[in-house]
Ligand binder design. Structure first.
Ligand SMILES: Cc1cc2nc3c(=O)[nH]c(=O)nc-3n(C[C@H](O)[C@H](O)[C@H](O)COP(=O)(O)OP(=O)(O)OC[C@H]3O[C@@H](n4cnc5c(N)ncnc54)[C@H](O)[C@@H]3O)c2cc1C
Length: 561
């Protein structure tokens, strides 16, 4: 070997590990939220996600970017996006793992299991999960049009992926996207200008012709979209297939693909609707609440996704520092580096715990308490976890030194993670929108009826601040609370914790307590405020002692040590 090019003291890539069995925080959080959940399938997914094969697909899908073919050689519009085969391999794996609409078909803890799988898959490739996430969110919304739900519901839940550009109803499985954001406003969807004109009725209900545009429409090769448009009755939600039942291509024109900071494997487009055919979903004028309901699910996925990216960044940082030496010791043994890694580990575990506690609420649709928890924790988790993502990614990248900043044909996974981090914070409602949403929840909670136990807790809450809420919210729900006066019979319905007991005297004061915005605050402290009791009370020192346990499996490669 050429002596000047001997490579030593470099970390090997982190591949060939089981991302589930090595993720103690994820397993702990699942055991906390659903002790009876079978984990065999997650073990399998963990092995697949950590495999060199899937990591190679992720690299290729991020290097060979989606290409728009707006017209064919003869000048006819085609409006198709072509992907590298690795994109399709990743999509097939994600759908095969039932990360899209499948949980809506039922089953105990189906949503929590899916949330854990979503996190594992994020560690393979997060951007292809955009259409997966949207498919998850639109599946229940489609029930507002029973004819469409009957035909498309089973396809959205199917584990079969079919990337062909043919009518959705001719496929064994489909994906769907969402079109809300327009040039003049994304947060303020009421400003949408796209128009829907009634165009008759058929087997799928009331049909409309849609004219207008969307400034962001991710994954335009989805089989159909739920889009917002103004109809005679106000802003409404419409089902728009890419290919119409008669086999003709719908008038959805892809103007161009976005040139994005990250999220590269996912094609995000600008589109125009030139009289595209769509069917009403729900009632006219109900578009905003319908979209908000979907938004709550995609916001859950933002929290899950960023938690998983944190975990991946932490794992790479641990793996690297265990193999790289400086000043005579592996980096992981240097006291200052231990502190950094311990901070990252603590925050990663807290994010995992919070995101999965939120996901658990999805498995209890009829439980008023869990519904309140979902409503409260969604903006908190989306805001805080996603907001911390970029700073976390930067700190983890720094653990790798200069290597962390280098991509080299997609091999530099840490740099890819860093570029991906901000998107979850912006998508589906940026920080201010989450803060305003939380205020709305708290104000609503104040007005909602409460049982005697909750009233007693609300008094305690007001007197002592947020700490009682933490304990209250962390306990399993009991009928008639012991803490206050005994609740009247049947009071188990009460809005315990989230909106009820948490109802603030002044929402603005409460917001400041729930979301301390001071830079540098760690999620752990705020997580406790948010009502999630988990194994985050251990000291940094104890956490540091466990650092090398699950991940730093490969021995150092430097032969000189
Ligand atoms: C990669 C990517 C993919 C996307 N895919 C899709 C998609 O498939 N479908 C889709 O519909 N959209 C999509 N979006 C759009 C995304 O959801 C919007 O960008 C987002 O909702 C913000 O809307 P906006 O860009 O119009 O920003 P604006 O609404 O202009 O907001 C700008 C800033 O102002 C703040 N703000 C807004 N209102 C207030 C207020 N009242 N008080 C204080 N602050 C406020 C916001 O928090 C934000 O920080 C995508 C975006 C990205 C980056």
């Amino acid at each position: 070997m050429d002596a000047t090019h001997e490579v030593f003291n470099q970390a090997e890539p982190l591949v060939g590990t089981n991302l589930f069995s090595g993720n103690r925080a994820l397993r702990d959080a699942l055991a906390f939220n659903a002790p009876a959940l079978p984990t065999a399938e997650l073990e399998q997914l963990g092995a697949l996600a950590g495999s060199a094969e899937m990591q190679t697909h992720a690299r290729l899908a991020n290097v060979h970017l989606p290409q728009l073919r707006s017209h064919d050689r003869l000048g006819r519009r085609t409006d198709v996006v072509e992907f590298h085969p690795s994109y399709h391999a990743l999509m097939a794996a994600a759908i095969g793992a039932a990360l899209h609409g499948t949980p809506w078909a039922g089953g105990a803890n189906a949503h929590l299991r899916r949330a854990a799988g979503f996190m594992l898959f994020t560690e393979v490739e997060p951007s292809i999960l955009c259409p997966i996430s949207m498919t998850y969110a639109v599946t229940p919304a489609l029930r507002a049009n029973p004819a469409l739900a009957a035909e498309w519901g089973p396809l959205l839940a199917s584990r079969a992926y079919d990337g062909r550009f043919v009518p959705g109803t001719q496929k064994p499985g489909v994906t769907m996207g969402m079109g809300m954001t327009e040039k003049q406003g994304g947060s303020d969807v009421r400003s949408n200008t796209t128009q829907a004109s009634a165009d008759g009725d058929d087997a799928w209900g009331r049909r409309y012709a849609i004219v207008g545009h969307k400034w962001f429409l991710s994954a335009p090769m989805c089989d159909a979209f739920l889009v917002l448009a103004q109809s005679a009755g106000g802003l409404s939600c419409f089902f728009m297939p890419r290919i119409l039942p008669d086999g003709s291509v719908n008038a959805l024109r892809i103007q161009r693909l976005k040139d994005k900071l990250g999220n590269k494997a996912n094609a995000s487009s600008e589109v125009e609707f030139a009289g595209a055919t769509a069917w009403l979903v729900g009632d006219e004028g109900r578009g905003v609440p319908q979209i908000l309901e979907m938004g709550n699910m995609t916001r859950l996925d933002c929290a899950l996704g960023t938690s998983a990216l944190m975990r991946q960044a932490l794992a790479i940082a641990l793996h690297h520092t265990a193999q790289r030496s400086a000043f005579g010791r592996p980096l992981i043994e240097q006291p200052a580096m231990k502190n950094v890694l311990a901070d990252l580990a603590l925050e990663s575990e807290a994010a995992t715990a919070l995101a999965l506690r939120l996901a658990r609420t999805m498995d209890a649709p009829g439980d008023a308490h869990e519904a309140q928890m979902r409503r409260l924790l969604t903006p908190i988790a989306k805001f805080w976890i996603c907001k911390r993502g970029s700073a976390f990614g930067q700190e983890a990248m720094e653990c790798l030194g200069g290597n962390g900043y280098v991509e080299e044909g997609g091999e530099g996974v840490m740099a890819r993670i860093y570029r991906e981090m901000p998107v979850n914070s912006i998508w589906e409602g940026a920080g201010n929108i989450m803060a305003l949403d939380l205020l709305r929840v708290l104000r609503k909670g104040r007005r909602s009826g409460r049982c005697a136990g909750c009233r007693a807790r609300a008094r305690t809450w007001r007197e002592r601040g947020v700490r009682p809420f933490r304990r209250h919210a962390a306990r399993p729900h009991r009928r008639g609370h012991a803490g206050g006066r005994r609740a009247p019979a049947g009071a188990g319905h009460c809005a315990r914790g989230a909106g009820g007991a948490a109802a603030p005297a002044r929402a603005g004061v409460r917001l400041r307590r729930l979301l301390p915005l001071a830079p540098g605050r760690r999620l752990g402290a705020d997580l406790r405020h948010a009502g999630v009791e988990h194994g985050i009370r251990r000291t940094h020192r104890a956490r540091a002692a466990r650092l090398t346990d699950p991940i730093a499996t490969n021995p150092p490669k430097d032969p000189r040590r």
